[in-house]
Design a protein around this ligand. Structure first.
Ligand code: NAD
Length: 499
């Protein structure tokens, strides 16, 4: 059995806590590795190494730091297939989807090559007599990130690329369910020229997370994962005086207007609802057709498409639409929610409960499910299912559809499908959700825009990547300077406006 490591101060280090968790191959159900779960002492070792390495990195000019990012991009492209294979093996997603996971992280690294431009300060010449005023963006010091299982390449890169480009050290605590790719990324960053100690991977669970939350040297924490943990980390991290941003769960609605192109809407729903087995925070999990006639047409288009979905292991390459879910517990939870939907009165139009794949009977596969006539009081509507289960809630009018999405506690992403520019514009303007698609089902912003949800999907006031990342990973210092020629008149005792 393979025993995974931490990556501390430039070396793979065995776990010393004596605690491990199992890493599965979700396609076969077999345990393929053991992941060490760090103690607070192991985390403290990483912090000490980061603290020692960071000042010299902060003093390295930003262009040189950016060149490390440039080389890292080349190495990511070189190793793309290797990374994707390792990712699919632990996560279960298809190989093309795993490449997308790496690619969407790589794009943020590319954006960070422009860090010198983003880190420039502001300057006011002659803000007062003989006085210049300027601000600079300085790194925070030692920063940390805690990431979820569903994007083991992309989300770590969204955090560590801007953190490092800004001159910080970064400690990554990835998901213990698929820790191999994060370890590979740390090695590749060093191959790209990053000095040791600046990007470290400490594997673990709540013990490691609590150690991060309480360590006085760690200045900032980025978290992506489920909402209850996001709320916990935000509260405890902030009360410990750290800068914290947390991104949580989702329940993304797609409004289908009567004038929408129904084939386009159905294709979009199938991809966005079932891709990656629904294990995406930007997956569409609720379809909201406006009017019964729209709903009937939509269901009619959806059913054959869903019945044709190919579910299988990543080793089948391009021949599968989605793979298994991440663990047996995740599978049991999803199927439990399906049962609750039936018990609470929703119509199960496509039933994937009996799905099984020959040769992979122990894999964590879940067949696709489609519910119609779901109502807002049902558990399948209120909870994030994070599986291949799409719910349809019929709305009587556009206003009712809008209100439904607005009243849900989550506010990550949403979409509207329509040919009417007025409706689309009104929706984008009024909706209280962070990322909106207009005839685009998964509106994940590109690297140079920012990513973040509202309501219970996001905590903190800055988003991920884009210009916000450079604000999150730096702090502003403002200098007011007057050179000796101006200091001739003795002390000033009043708080003065500049003349
Ligand atoms: P999770 O909350 O279970 O785990 C996330 C991280 O928190 C992991 O590193 C885990 O080790 C750690 N953790 C788990 N339990 C903890 C505890 N009790 N105390 C401290 N730390 C703990 O989430 P997950 O299952 O890995 O990921 C799926 C969730 O992430 C979904 O809810 C999904 O919507 C969300 N997600 C959100 C976004 C976003 O940008 N909003 C992106 C991806 C995933």
């Amino acid at each position: 059995m393979q025993e995974l490591t931490h990556y501390i101060n430039g070396a793979h280090v065995k776990g010393t806590s004596g605690r491990f968790s199992d890493v599965f191959n979700p396609a076969t159900g077999e345990v393929q590795a053991r992941c060490p779960l760090a103690s607070a002492e192991e985390l403290a070792e990483a912090v000490a190494a980061a603290q020692a390495a960071q000042p010299a990195w902060a003093a390295t000019n930003p262009q040189r730091r950016a060149r490390v990012m440039m080389e890292f991009v080349r190495l990511l492209n070189r190793d793309m297939d290797k990374l994707a294979e390792a990712l699919s093996r632990e996560h279960g997603k298809t190989l093309p989807d795993a490449r997308g996971d790496v690619q969407r992280g790589l794009e943020v690294v590319e954006y960070c090559i422009g860090a010198p431009q983003m880190l420039k300060g502001e300057f006011t010449d002659s803000a007062g007599p003989g006085i210049d005023m300027y601000s600079m963006r300085q790194p925070l010091g030692v920063t940390a990130g805690i990431t979820p299982f569903n994007f083991p390449a992309m989300i770590p890169m969204w955090m560590f690329a801007p953190a490092l480009a800004c001159g910080n050290a970064f400690i990554l605590k990835p998901s213990e369910r698929d820790p191999s790719v994060p370890l590979m990324l740390a090695e590749l960053m060093e191959e790209a020229g990053l000095p040791k100690g600046l990007l470290q991977v400490v594997n673990g669970d709540k013990v490691a997370v609590d150690a991060i939350l309480d360590h006085p040297v760690i200045q900032s924490i980025g978290f992506v994962g489920s909402t209850p943990i996001a709320e916990y980390i935000y509260g405890r991290g902030c009360s410990n005086g750290k800068r914290v941003q947390c991104f949580g769960g989702a329940k993304n609605h797609m409004i289908v207007m009567p004038d929408a192109d129904m084939d386009q809407a159905a294709d979009a729903l199938v991809g966005a609802g079932y891709g990656a087995a629904g294990e995406r925070c930007m997956a569409i999990s609720v379809a909201v057709p406006v009017g019964d006639e729209t709903a009937d047409r939509l269901i009619e288009k959806l059913v054959p498409r869903i019945e044709k979905l190919k579910v299988g292991p990543y080793t089948a390459g391009n021949d599968v639409d989605y793979g298994p879910v991440v663990t047996a517990e995740a599978k049991a939870r999803i199927l439990g929610l399906v049962e609750s939907g039936i018990a609470q009165g929703a119509d199960l139009v496509v039933d994937g409960r009996d799905f099984s794949l020959q040769g992979y009977e122990s894999g964590f596969f879940v067949g696709p499910h489609l519910f119609d006539r779901v109502t807002p009081d049902m558990d399948i509507y209120r909870q994030e299912i994070f599986g291949p289960v799409l719910s349809t809630v019929r709305a009587g009018s556009y206003e009712e559809a809008l209100k439904l999405a607005m009243d849900h506690e989550y506010g990550n992403g949403t979409a509207i499908f329509t040919r009417d520019g007025d409706a689309a514009r009104d929706f984008a303007h009024r909706i209280n959700i962070g990322m909106v698609g207009i005839n685009v089902p998964i509106p994940v912003p590109l690297a140079y825009h920012t990513f973040g949800g509202w309501k219970k999907s996001g905590f903190g006031d800055l988003n991920q990547h884009g210009p916000d990342a450079f604000k999150f990973y730096t702090r502003t210092k403002t200098v007011t300077a007057r050179w000796p020629s101006g200091i001739k008149d003795g002390g000033e005792f009043n708080f003065k406006a500049m003349d």
